[in-house]
Write a new protein. Structure first.
Lengths: 220, 216
């Protein structure tokens, strides 16, 4: 793990990358990293996130800035700009049931070949997917979902990169931190190793590549 | 009492002490305001908490504590926070006693459509498909019609949320239960006639000789 500043971050992620973004309607999203992507004009992105938040918040800002080519999400209803760009053909949207999205990301991170879920059976979600019967019950086979980068938001990190999340700001963050080739965490503060108790750590530093200090940092 | 309050009050009476309950956005969220005294339930919000409490006082908001609609809420003593995989593990795994959701349409088999209107509105399913597929009991809380158009129909025009039928439909006019034989009219709201329900419903209803009054 290495602590980086905003210029180093801008150089890490190139246009055309696939990026998982933690957060739920902006709660628990890495806002500072998102702002850096916007100011550096990193575009043509494939974004994997629970939702596209609001036009002025979280992932929503990337959409409004027209940096996104494709979105894989469970919900876009709170961001009219996503729907507008989808209807005009500027952006491709793949809608995935929320529990299935979580499990697909988790499956990638933990090395599973897919997950079997009853969710979506008999609906449009079933289209093009393999149906698997197990002991007389039918399931959809949903495939793992990974990305070039995961950008996650944690409450704090220690200098090993161990992360701890706050309340509902956890959501997809720990799952995504396991599922991407390069993991960049935005944290509010970095504390000495040992000051986050072992049982409080939700993401171990061994899977975190870079840390950017967000709020309360005074800039860097 | 307005339509939304009638619906929320009636749904609240379906909850039992100890239930793990997930409330959707809109009218379902209002159910929390009308839990009968002596009934203690646990509210789950699918963004990652069991033990969600009410909206905080002004100035007491925590930006890391929101509900699935993105509104600031609180965590009650004894609450637990978790990630999205575990959250939907509760939902799919048979641990969620009741989910209360809104509807765009519901058909005579009790099948629900609530996540898109083709060509018009495509918000996405969010957690609805998992909730309807996985919860032990699915209650629809909705106004009986949408701008005068019946929402209870013979067959849904809009894409289905799940092939699992819902367990109960509560509107400001009636309580209706999907059964193997069709939609059973179980209760009427105060001041509402059977005829009024029938006229606002575009599906066959099973109407018993006497229909009890909705207890609010």
């Amino acid at each position: 793990m290495r602590v980086i500043n905003k210029d180093e971050l801008a150089g890490l992620i190139s246009s055309g990358s696939s990026i998982m973004v933690g957060g739920f309607l902006g709660c628990g999203s890495p806002d500072r990293i998102i702002d850096i992507l916007i100011s550096s004009g990193t575009g043509e992105l494939t974004i994997i996130a629970n939702d596209t938040a609001f036009p002025e918040k979280g992932v929503g800002k990337l959409i409004v800035s027209k940096l996104v080519r494709k979105v894989i999400a469970s919900h876009i209803g709170t961001n009219p700009e996503t729907q507008r760009q989808m209807i005009s053909g500027e952006i491709e949207v793949e809608l995935v049931p929320q529990g299935t999205l979580a499990e697909r990301v988790r499956a990638k991170g933990v090395g599973l070949g897919g997950v079997l879920t009853p969710t979506g059976l008999g609906t449009v979600v079933e289209r093009g997917k393999q149906i698997v019967a197990v002991a007389d019950k039918r399931f959809l086979l949903e495939l793992p979902l990974g990305a070039d980068f995961a950008i996650v938001k944690a409450k704090k990190a220690d200098y090993y990169g161990n992360l701890t999340y706050a309340l509902t700001a956890r959501n997809f963050n720990p799952l995504m931190a396991m599922a991407a080739k390069c993991v960049i965490a935005e944290v509010e503060e970095i504390v000495p190793v040992g000051s986050i108790g072992p049982e409080e750590i939700n993401t171990p530093g061994v899977v975190v590549d870079y840390i950017l200090v967000g709020r309360n940092s005074g800039g860097c | 009492m307005d339509a939304r309050e009638i619906i929320a009050r009636r749904v609240a009476r379906e909850l039992k002490s100890g239930d793990l309950v997930n409330l959707g956005i809109g009218i379902p969220t209002m159910v929390a305001n009308y839990i009968p005294s002596g009934v203690a339930v646990f509210f789950q919000s699918e963004n990652g908490i069991i033990g969600m409490g009410p909206v905080p006082q002004e100035g007491m908001e925590n930006e890391d504590m929101t509900n699935a609609g993105g509104m600031y809420v609180t965590a009650l003593p004894g609450a637990m926070a978790f990630d999205s995989a575990m959250s939907f593990g509760f939902i799919r795994g048979g641990h969620l006693d009741v989910t209360v959701l809104g509807a765009l349409q519901i058909d005579e088999k009790g099948l629900l459509a609530n996540w898109m209107i083709p060509g018009k509105m495509i918000p996405g399913m969010g957690g609805a498909m998992d909730l309807v597929t996985g919860a032990k009991r699915v209650i629809v809380a909705m106004t009986h019609t949408g701008k005068g158009t019946p929402k209870i129909v013979e067959k849904c025009d809009f894409p289905l949320t799940s092939v699992r039928p819902v367990d109960l439909i509560v509107t400001e006019l009636a309580v209706i239960e999907p059964t193997e034989n069709g939609l059973l009219l179980k209760e009427l709201a105060p001041g509402v006639s059977v005829e009024e329900v029938v006229n606002n419903t575009r599906a066959e209803l099973i109407i018993p000789d006497t229909v009890p009054l909705m207890d609010l």
